[in-house]
Design a protein. Structure first.
Length: 179
């Protein structure tokens, strides 16, 4: 019995030495579904930022995560000062052949829509409904070459209205986690 255990340990040790994992953390990270690959540049760090034109809002954090074995991506957005959370789940919708999303907020707002990805840019458009809101919304994320992430919030009240920008937030990648 002891000899069998010893042989098993030696065999396992030899296997690990012959087949080392270069990055064990990467091996544990779920692989992102190809149809959601547009999210890859955003996933990983916590993004911390603010609205430069409006210091009253304070710090805002963003965190993209891979869910459901790579078949969904979650974005958690938090305006820390007001404890305002918006949690968005993105997924491939086979019926529309687009990336769809559902966003829920702790103030009762719900946003449903679709996302278009182009390089380091994500454009989400949807219908926002809630206790005090009924409008179309658009959020554009752009990641520049210097590693800064810009979030451009826009809305319109009807199909005839032009898109109105509410604000642009600027973020930098950080490992700080405010969850």
């Amino acid at each position: 019995m002891k000899k069998a255990v010893l042989i098993a340990l030696v065999t396992a040790s030899a296997f690990v030495q012959l087949h080392p994992q270069e990055n064990p953390a990467a091996a544990q990270r779920p692989k992102l579904n190809e149809r959601l690959s547009v999210f890859a540049p955003f996933i990983g760090p916590t993004w911390a930022g603010s609205i430069p034109d409006d210091p009253r809002m304070g710090e805002i954090t963003l965190k993209w995560e891979v869910l459901l074995n790579g078949f969904a991506v979650r974005l958690r957005r938090n305006v820390l000062k007001f404890d305002h959370w918006l949690e968005t789940t993105y997924f491939w919708d086979p019926s529309s052949e687009k990336i769809a999303f559902l966003a829920l907020s702790n103030n009762g707002a719900v946003i449903k829509g679709f996302v278009i990805g182009r390089g380091n840019e994500l454009i989400s458009e949807g219908d926002q409904r809630g206790p005090d809101v009924n409008r179309k919304s658009r959020r554009i994320y752009k990641l520049n070459k210097e590693g800064k992430l810009f979030e451009d919030d826009q809305f319109r009240s009807s199909d005839i209205d032009e898109w109105r920008q509410t604000h642009v937030s600027v973020f930098a990648a950080t490992q700080t986690n405010h969850e």
